[in-house]
Structure formats: C-alpha cells, structure tokens
Design a protein around this ligand. Sequence first.
Ligand SMILES: [Mg+2]
Length: 389
Amino acid sequence: MKKEYADPCADRIRGCLVGGAAGDALGYPVEFLSDKGIRKTYGEQGIRSYVRERETGLAVVSDDTQMTMYTATGILYGELRGWTRGIYGKTYDYVYVNYMDWLHTQNPQKKEPGVSWIREIPQLQVRRAPGNTCLSALESGSCGSRTEPINGSKGCGGIMRVAPVALFNSSGEQWKDIRRVDLIGADVAAVTHGHPLGYIPAAALVHLIRRIVYGGGRRNGTLYDIAAECRETMEELFKGNPYLPAFLKKLDDAAILSQNSASDRENIRRLGEGWVAEETFAIALYCSLRYSYDFSAALIASVNHDGDSDSTGAVTGNIMGALTGCSEIPECWKEGLQFYPVLLELADDLYFTREILEKPRVERKDLEERGLLSKYVQGSWKPEGGWGE
Ligand SMILES: [Mg+2]
C-alpha cells in the first residue's frame, strides 16, 4: 500500500475509482438475475458480499470498470500528449482512441498497435459481458458525438464509464469551469451512445462527483444540495432538449423516494431497472442519498433488483467512494478486489498529472518520475517484475 496523501482530494479520487469497481464486482454475478432469482440464490436479504473467483479468490470486475480505466488513460493521453506537442484536441477524441484499445482486448485475435499501457495487462484482456452498443459503435470505425450521433442508444454503457472525467482537474481552459467538464462527460458518453438520455445523465454524474471531490458550487453542503445544484446546471446546459424533462423527473423521483419509508426494493422498482442511463443515474443517486454515510448499505441496495446490477453498482460506488474517500471504504470491499493496485495507480496519476503540470516550469523528468509519458503517451510502460499471473 502506498503512502496516503495529505490532500483529501487524492483520497476521494481513489475512492471514486475503487468504489466503482467494488459496486461492479458485487453486481456482476447478479447482472442477469431477477430480484426473485437473487433472493433464491443468496437468501432473502439478497447478495451482500463478493462472490469470489474460485481459483484466485478475486472479486472480478466487468466491462464497466474496464472501460472506466480506459476513460482515465484516455484523459491522461490527451493531456500529456498535449503537453509534449503544445496542442490539445478534444478530450473525447483521445478517450475514443483508448476505447479502441479496449475494443481490441475484446477481440484478442486481432492484434493492433495501441496507445494505453493498461491494454498489456493480461487479466484485462477478457470479455466480461461487454455491452453490444459499445462494441458495435466502436466497431463501426467512427467516433460518435452529440452533434453527429452514432446511434439512438440511451443504454447505460455511456454513463457507467465516465467518472474519471469528474476527477481530472487543471487550470486549463476546458477543465476550470465545471459546466464545460460536465459537457466533456456528455461527449465521452456520446462516443458510443447517441441518444440525449444516453449522455445527459453522464453529464449529471460528472457534475455530482466533481462537486463531491473538489467542492465549490452555489450551494455547498449535503449530497441533497449537490443534487439540487446539479439539477439546475443540467437545466441550463441542456435547455430546450426535448428529453431533458424526462431526465429531471427521474432525478426528482430519486430524491423524493430516498426519504420515504418504503423498502429499497420497492423504491428501486419505481425508478426502473438501470439498463438505460437515466435509470442507472436515478438508482445510483437514490442509493447514495439514502445511505450517504454508509458505503456498504448503499452498494448492497444498488445491486439487489431486477435490472443491470453491475452498472447501477458501479455508478453508486463511484459516487459513494468519492464521498467516503478510499481510506474509509470498508476493508472487505478492497481486499482481493481485482485491479485494486492498478486503480490506485490510475487515480494517483490523475491527481499527480495536474500537480506536476501546474508547476511554473515543467520538465520531462518531472513527468517521468511517475512514468507518465511512457505510460500514457508512448504506451510502453511495464511494471518492474512484469504483469504477474
Ligand atoms: Mg458490466
């Protein structure tokens, strides 16, 4: 375990990535089980702890965490490549290039050169029920955008992977205004999901997480305050979009239901199943509001339902992990979590890239101390001692 850092933001960034992976790993075994099926298999209280892989004892993650990791490498690829060349393109283009790396790990017989160091990790070159929309959009060879939608999908494959957008920070033009960062979140989702309800919830999630991690905002206090400010911002950003009211209704429902005395099962059933992004967002917000001070309770509630448990778990874990910080996530969710060290590495790279690039004078050696250029620009980095089994 690496040393803890004094800045609480660094711990929240770690918490967001680790929490997301924890929710994904908890929900993955029950992704395709109904609520009834979950209770039949795991008892009346539902699934409450990891189902670990027999051979390794690991709690394995699915495509949600895989793609989240590639979002992180994509952002850093863009920022660091920009630094070396002095020109910056659009963040979602760089993320797209990294998603192509992910795509190639899903078809390992097609060996293509890539850019991201994580694609060399053998355990990451595995298919874990990847979403058809993500696969087909990337296989099309085009990068989708909000102005040129690649399809009409509002599946949750866009929102479940955008958290790293909320975590990177810099005084650079596009990162200092939260509303622009929210739109980067929407753009990153729109790479594969062209329906407004595929990318508006992604923008909202980025807003929530960024406020949790970095504070600020017109209101500043509880998660309810942050959710209210998020709602106002989405109204401004997507004003006139015919699908905005449907999204806002979901957000409101999540907040209202989080305060009643009905069971989580009952409330989540009213919010939907989470296969589409606005429902994934609503379920994750509901669970996080209901259990703001209890990471485990939020995570468990978020996966025990009829729907897309790994994605609702992943997004809930992103929010809750940012709230609690990695150091306060209970040990049982970190022990044996697949890619735990890599997630910490990515989180710290997101944090330290900003720290280093904000120095008055930056030299290559400052970046190479963390291997940032060989990891994210050359894609040639390898850990001492190899990748292990
Ligand atoms: Mg999944």
